[in-house]
Design a protein around this ligand. Structure first.
Ligand SMILES: Nc1ncnc2c1ncn2[C@@H]1O[C@H](COP(=O)(O)OP(=O)(O)OP(=O)(O)O)[C@@H](O)[C@H]1O
Ligand SMILES: [Mg+2]
Length: 235
């Protein structure tokens, strides 16, 4: 599905990623964990061509998507929820969702996707005419996710979706993410909550200082590298 090969990327002169290899297979949840500043967001931003890719290649369904334009990526079926739940506060919930379907011309398809999102997140339907800024933190996160789903993606990139949510809302969010997988969407998730991420992911990569230093299945939780640094979830 997604293959990142020997990726070097950063911002101008700053080199952040130093030779990353990572794959997401169809119908997998892949977690990317690691300390602050390790370069987790930069991995996702490289896919979306927001960070400067210096070397290496990125493939989606065997197609070379290195430095591809954002709208092309969306059309191919890759959606992205950036860190920090960015919504348009002065627009309504419905308008925010419609922005997610910007590239779809067919009104019937937009309507259909809107109903899929409303079914998944009934609260968004209830609040569809309210301004996004009146939503709670958890609802804002649902809206950001919902907007990414409006494009009907087959691969979803999530950057720290649980950040700032209460434990109960986090639990709900992780359930929602697992349901998305059941719907056939592959997911690459960057998470601060390492324990939870490993739990829901099929495979996990640990990133430190721009390099993958550990990867594995759910057993990875027993690894001393994870135990020492991250036990207890948050770090
Ligand atoms: N737009 C930018 N311009 C310059 N440097 C940046 C930019 N964004 C991030 N960096 C730097 O790149 C490095 C990696 O940042 P990145 O956001 O990828 O880390 P992260 O692992 O996502 O951290 P966090 O857990 O805090 O979100 C950091 O040193 C950061 O200061
Ligand atoms: Mg980040």
């Amino acid at each position: 599905m997604l293959e990142i090969r020997n990726l070097f990327a950063g911002y101008g002169e700053l080199e952040v990623l130093k030779g990353i290899n990572l794959t997401v297979n169809p119908n997998e949840i892949i977690a990317l964990i690691g300390p602050n500043g390790a370069g987790k967001s930069t991995v996702i931003r490289s896919i979306f061509n927001i960070a400067d890719v210096k070397k290496g290649k990125i493939f989606f369904k065997e197609k070379d998507i290195t430095r591809i334009k954002t709208h092309e990526l969306l059309e191919l079926g890759v959606s992205y929820v950036p860190q920090g739940r960015i919504n348009f506060g002065n627009l309504t919930v419905k308008e925010n969702l419609e922005i997610g379907a910007e590239l779809i011309k067919d009104k019937d398809i937009i309507e259909k996707n809107l109903n899929v999102v409303y079914k998944k997140f009934p609260i968004l339907k209830e609040r569809k005419k309210k301004l996004a800024m009146t939503l709670s933190g958890g609802q804002q996160q649902m809206l950001a996710l919902g907007r990414a789903l409006m494009q009907n993606p087959s691969l979803l990139l999530l950057d720290e979706p649980s950040l700032g949510l209460s434990p109960i809302l986090q639990k709900e969010l992780f359930k929602t993410i697992q349901k998305l997988k059941e719907d056939g969407i592959s997911i690459l998730i960057v998470e601060q909550n390492a324990k939870k991420a490993i739990e829901i992911a099929d495979r996990t990569y640990l990133l430190e200082d721009g390099k993958i230093v550990l990867k594995g299945g759910k057993d990875i939780i027993k690894h001393k590298k994870i135990k020492n640094v991250y036990l207890g979830g948050r770090y």
